[in-house]
Design a protein around this ligand. Sequence first.
Ligand SMILES: [Zn+2]
Ligand SMILES: [Zn+2]
Ligand SMILES: [Zn+2]
Ligand SMILES: [Zn+2]
Length: 363
Amino acid sequence: MKEDNRKDHPAPELSPGVVALINNGMDFLDKAIKEFKTAPKFSVVSFWTAVEIMLKVPLAQEHWTLVCSGRNFRLKDYVSGEFQSITFKESCEKLRDVLEKPVPQTTLDAFNIVRKHRNRVVHFYHDAYTQEEIDRLLSEQANAWFALNRLMRDDWKDLFEGALGNLLARDETRLLTQNNFYAAEKFNQIKEDIKTYKSTGHCISKCHVCGQEAVIQEQVAEHDNQRLFSFHCLVCTMLGVSMLQFNCPRCDAPALLLSDDGETSFECSHCGYSETRYRMLDTSSYRIDERALSPLPAGCCECDGYNTVCEYGDGYLCTTCLTYFDALEQCGHCNYYSSEVSEFSAYGGCDFCEGHRDAWDDD
Ligand SMILES: [Zn+2]
Ligand SMILES: [Zn+2]
Ligand SMILES: [Zn+2]
Ligand SMILES: [Zn+2]
C-alpha cells in the first residue's frame, strides 16, 4: 500500500454514484475515439453522451436529487437507475444557479456545435461522410474535448477540493489518450496554418495543455516601451493568454503582467513598487474636473469586468484580462461605456444593466 501523506488535507470522498457517473462518462469518451475510425456517425453520439454525463458530475456530488428531473425523488430509484435524468439545458442552468459555476460561453459554444451535429445524426438518416465532413467532425469534437477538459481541471477544481483531482489523476492515462488523439488529429489539420505563421515571422511555441508546437505569439498593441502580446494555441483553441511586457515605472526593471493570474495590481519584484493595474496603465489625460465627461473607467465584455477598462495609447485596455479594444461603445439605456454594446441597447440594455423593463420577459 502507498504511504498516506494526505492526512493534512483529507479530501471529501466522492460518492459511489459520482464515481459511477465519471466512469460511465469516461467509457463513452473512449468509445467515441474507437468509433471515430469505423463509425463516425456513432462517434458523435457517444461523445455527446459523455459531455451530458460529465456535466452532471458536480451536481450529483452536491446532492443526488440535483440530477433528477420531475418530483418525488426516491433514493432507491436513483441507486437502481430508475429515474428521469435532467437534460443538458437543465444541467447548465443548475450549474449556474445552484452551484454558481456557470459553464463559460466559449465552452457552451463548442458544446453546442457538437450537440446540433448529434441531433442531426440522430433525427436524420446520415450514413456516409465525405473526408471533408470527417475532418470537420474531428475538429468540432476536438474543440469540445479541450473545453470539457478545461472545465473539469480548472473551473471545477474547487468544487471537489482534491477528490475530483485524485480521481482524474487515477484516470490520467485515459485523459491523456483523449488529449493525444484530439491534439494529433487537430495538429494535422492546422499544419499548413502553422507554416504560414512561421513564414511571416511569428514566434511559435509549445502548448502546455495539448503538448503541440502550436502556440502563436502575436503583438496586439504597443505604447511607449510597453508591448502587449497574445498567445493562443491553434490546437486547443480555447486557451488564449495575454501578456504585457513593460518596465517598472519606478526602477525600470523589466516586468510582466499576465491575463489569467487573477491579479488586479502589480508589485515589482525588484524594488517593491506597488500600484493597481488600472492606475499604472491608464494613459487618459482627463483632469479631475473633466472626469464626469470621460467614458472611463469602462466595462469589459470579455471578462465581465466592471470599471476595468482604461485608456491605453490610441485604444483601450482591460486591466484584468488584458484584452485590447480599438473603441468603446455606449449603452443607449444606462449610458455606461463598455467594449461591446448591442445595436438595440436603448431597449435591451448592455452587459452591465437590465435594459428597459418591457424587454425583460422575452423567453
Ligand atoms: Zn494547445
Ligand atoms: Zn521596480
Ligand atoms: Zn476584461
Ligand atoms: Zn447599459
